[in-house]
Design a binder for this molecule. Structure first.
Ligand SMILES: Nc1ncnc2c1ncn2[C@@H]1O[C@H](COP(=O)(O)OP(=O)(O)OP(=O)(O)O)[C@@H](O)[C@H]1O
Ligand SMILES: [Mg+2]
Length: 438
């Protein structure tokens, strides 16, 4: 009886706020708070007292002698010199299972929909999942993304990680929405990172729809969230996707956008005093991107698959941007969207000559690959001469290949265009491709 009472009393202590003042705020610079005295390890949490008496959650991101650098999870309201800083309990591990499907959460795994707290049987690790490269299952089977141009000409494999590269407003988010709805993957994990808050609701209502949401988990950190939340949200969607992969499911992870993740890290690193290197990005950004991308992809044999599509913003249509360059080097393929095509209403605006899927040869059959190569050849031949046609610069009968390209042009164009609401299955896309290139 006494033991029981003692146990109960000890358990009730768990919920008690640690009230010991450990530090005082000495400086606030942008999103970075400096506390004198609250010496905790990086990654641990503190709480800072605000003017209205509420406590602001923050994470230790660095230190300099006895000054601890803190980055808050939310925007601070009314911080003053000397505000008290308390040590806080560390983040409890999230618990996950299939009940997460259909839910919308923030970077800390807290619900954003009105469907109550999330729970589950299995603990979800906080750090990014790692797979021994020697034991990683190879990419062997094709992944149906429901977009004809990709299924036919840039076939993706289960376990492949690709980038969707384009300037702003060329159709990255719309294409990602199409893929989300049409794909045949068992589970779709969507990370909406640093993009417009307005688009979140639109994405959930229109791109996913009720049926799409049932097999999806959406992790949201719009542009107005703190950079720390944007980083956490990106990492959380990778951990969730890896969890479902290890449960034996075919998972598709969609992240909009990888650039905003890099920008969030840039904000934090610059605030911490790291020197900027290329285009203001500090070196740590180029270390974090491969780590993130490597955490996606297939797991060890026996698990399911994890394919990922990241949107990458090519600012000012600059494909030499350091993040574009870095992403292109670490991903297994790039799908480039072209403003030239979008301007003439050609959607999805995929520039097939500039795009490449590095796993296509592993997952496609010989006849399909040959048809794909010929398609690209005819398409680029037609692209070269198409402006000459209205000027009378093309005479039929001079070159058989050019004649064939001109004759096939309307079918090629029809194959590449696709309405937002329509789907194109993998088998049907390949069959259509082969019927055009007979
Ligand atoms: N498949 C499509 N069919 C018709 N219109 C489209 C299509 N894709 C994109 N658009 C048009 O282009 C606009 C911008 O598309 P979207 O929001 O996908 O661009 P984005 O590349 O994600 O831009 P940002 O970089 O600013 O996020 C849409 O609002 C829509 O008008
Ligand atoms: Mg977008």
């Amino acid at each position: 009886m006494l033991d029981y009472k003692l146990d109960e009393a000890l358990r009730s202590l768990d919920g008690v706020q640690l009230a010991k003042v450990a530090g005082r705020l000495v400086r606030v610079s942008g999103m970075l708070l400096e506390s004198l005295g609250c010496q905790r390890s990086t990654g641990q949490r503190c709480r800072v007292e605000q003017a209205d008496g509420s406590l602001l959650d923050a994470q230790v991101v660095g230190f300099n002698r006895d000054i601890t650098y803190l980055m808050p999870f939310k925007k601070p309201v009314g911080l003053a010199a000397g505000s008290r800083v308390f040590p806080a309990k560390d983040e409890a591990l999230l618990q996950i299972d299939e009940s997460w499907l259909g839910r919308v959460v923030n970077g800390l795994g807290e619900p954003l929909d009105e469907r109550g707290k999330l729970s589950g049987r299995d603990p979800l690790p906080v750090e990014l999942p790692r797979v021994n490269p020697l034991r990683r299952r190879p990419v062997e089977a094709a992944l149906d993304v429901g977009v004809r141009a990709i299924n036919g000409l840039l076939t993706l494999g289960k376990g492949q990680r690709v980038g969707l590269f384009a300037g702003s407003g060329v159709g990255k988010s719309v294409l990602l929405g199409m893929i989300t709805r049409q794909t045949k993957a068992d589970v779709v994990v969507v990370g909406l990172i640093g993009e417009r808050g307005r688009e979140v609701q639109e994405f959930i209502l229109h791109s996913l729809g009720e049926e799409g949401l049932r097999k999806a988990v959406v992790v949201v950190a719009p542009a107005n969230e703190s950079p720390l939340m944007r980083l956490k949200a990106t990492e959380l969607c990778h951990s969730i996707a890896a969890y479902f992969r290890d449960q034996g499911q075919d998972v598709l992870l969609l992240v909009d956008s990888l650039t905003r993740y890099a920008m969030a890290q840039r904000e934090i690193a610059l605030a911490l005093g790291e020197p900027p290197a290329t285009k203001g990005y500090p070196p740590s950004v180029f270390g974090m991107l491969p780590e993130l991308v490597e955490s996606a992809g297939n797991g060890e044999s026996g698990s399911g698959s994890l394919s990922a599509i990241y949107t990458v913003l090519a600012e000012g249509d600059d494909h030499q941007d350091p993040i574009v360059d870095c992403a292109r080097a670490i991903l297994d393929g790039h799908i480039v969207l072209s403003r030239r095509l979008a301007d003439v209403g050609h959607y999805p605006a995929i520039d097939i000559s500039a795009s490449v899927s590095r796993c296509m040869s592993q997952v496609g059959e010989a006849a399909h690959l040959a048809a794909g190569r010929q398609f690209k050849e005819f398409y680029s031949t037609f692209e070269k001469i198409k402006e000459l046609i209205p000027l009378g610069g093309y005479t039929p009968g001079m070159d058989a290949k050019t004649d064939r390209a001109v004759q096939l042009a309307p079918s090629l164009e029809r194959f590449l265009r696709q309405e937002v609401g329509s789907g194109a299955e993998l088998g049907a896309s390949i069959a259509t491709l082969q019927s055009i290139i007979k």
